[in-house]
Design a protein around this ligand. Sequence first.
Ligand code: MOS
Length: 693
Amino acid sequence: MSIGIPVERMDGRAKVTGTAPYAYEHQVADPLYLHLIQSTIARGQVTAIDVAAAEALPGVAAVLTHHTAPRLAPDAPAEFRALQSGEIVHHGQVIAGVVAESPHIARHAAGLVRVTYDARPHDVRLRADHPDLYTPDMVAIGAPADSATGDTHAALASAPFRIDQTYTTSAMFHSPIEPHATTAIWADDLTVYEASQGVHDFTALLAQALGFPADRIRVIAPHVGGAFGSKGLARPHAVLAALASRMTGGRAVKVALTRRQMFALTNHRPATVQRVQLGADADGRLTALVHDAILSTARYEEYVEWVATSSRNMYATPNRRTTHRAVRLDVQMPAPMRAPGEAQGHFATESAMDELATAIGMDPIELRIRNEPSADADTGLPWSSRNLVECLRLGAQRFGWAGRGRRREGDWLIGTGVAAATLPTWFKLISVAYGPSHAAVEHVGNGRYLVSTGASDAGTGARTALSQIAADALSVPLSDVDLELGDNALPRAMLAAGSMGTMVWGSAIVAAAGEFRRLHGTDPRPGARAEGAMTGNPHTERVTIDSFHAVFAEAAVHAETGEIRVPRLLGVFDIGRVVNPRTARSQLIGGMTMGLSMALHESAAVDQHVGAVVNNDFAGYHIATHADVADIDAVWLDKPDPYANEMGIRPAGENGVIGVAAAVANAVNHATGVRIRDLPITPDKLVVSRFAR
Ligand code: MOS
């Protein structure tokens, strides 16, 4: 058996020795370099654009503007519609690009382009009383915006214990270590080396935008340096690299976004304002749960994230209401960012649960256990496997939850907090959005097998885990398997999304291996080949297949300065079977670090006057680094889910993020008595609260 063994990352050596090529690094003959120019207003029109000085600079091959760029298909995806008109819909939008013999010349020439605008008033501020709030038809995952059962008004009015609070979260930026980059060559056919979470889905978007046949587009992405959702959709730089290649006679064109450019051009996690109302009886049973979410979307394209949907089945209650309201602002379209919706939603609800536990005088773990539902209240279906209570109990034991007195050590106030969470499995993405995933198995001779699928390893370790799945499915040692991915010439596979990659592509590999053995037996001839597909999960008609976890945090807050440290963080995960404990652990503690970052650091400083995020670099936009992470641990129950797939595995990675922000907020509250409902929890908020008390 290979599954369950902590195999080292197969591409680890290539990555640390610098031989694993990323999108910008593929060796191509005689490349040109594209530098993008961004708008300095948030709304309006480009009225004039003077490119004469740029064009006159030696080494400049072309300047792309909305006057010169080739036309895209009218139904091009919104984020691909670059340089199709002079209209400005958000600050930092691409308004031109310079193609030159070196990146330095391109960047210098970009500075010589003079742009005149007709600016119009913009609005980039999300607020709960915004006059233009509206109810979307659906939230972006395809669920209804609103849902209600029972009478929440009456239940809240008569509840002996009530919480009614508003929580806010900032816009956040994915910030993968590899900036978005493309190398495009569009001579006759089009070849694109792209930092992409899904080569086939990217191909389809590109074909649609360019009005060019998908079977004449080759997309290659063997290595991707982190994505977190930001490399899943269409981005303008990629289509512009293709257009630039075409405009320069089919020469290769490379483009890499700068870190600053990424803040305006690669989407963001939407900011939220969430009101949570809980009613409970004296035994801690929820009599009502109301979760109303308000969030931002773009004026030019709708994306309304599913912030409150997990409140539809996380806890048992007879009276429940969840709503989503959105407002169209003059910002770039928000988009999924690791644990989209769940991350913001759980911060609100799991903070509120902690507030309720305090109000009742009940242990917050016990409160959650008392409200454990027997079935999925949203669908009425039973769970395939829900072991949240075990996560809470095991975590309490390992963390040393019992007798959690707050204490003071010198100037530091120390407390602990807990949060529970769920991550749905979005099988719907397969049936509705992205379609089946395929894999192929070929015997290449000498007992060796080549397994291929158009999957993408965005840094998760998918390449390694899929090899392990393939070895077991073929009943051969891991060393007899070679795996190819990240190329649209390979069998069609869905993009890495919803933490479902290993699960979905793994099922396709299992199907291909089964088909291979059926056709060719155990002693195949060289060249013998078979394909298989993962087309969906028939069990979703009868069971709900979600993941669960509990997070425990210790917070230390400096009594004078409000400085916050998190000395300990423990996650206990109910994610089915784990294919590779090493890469899974890495995913989970990485996710938890991201959650810690959301709790304490990440915040968009929006200049309302300019209409832009002004802390658009890593000096101003803080993300957690090594010094912030002390004792962080992730463990799992290792209970295979018999309904999820043949391997018994459920989505893993994004679980790491979800519960952390609330666990930290709850620990800070336990330590200090101060409740921060506005992320991130920064020292200024704690100090101000102290004086305000
Ligand atoms: Mo993800 S945020 O489902 O790419």
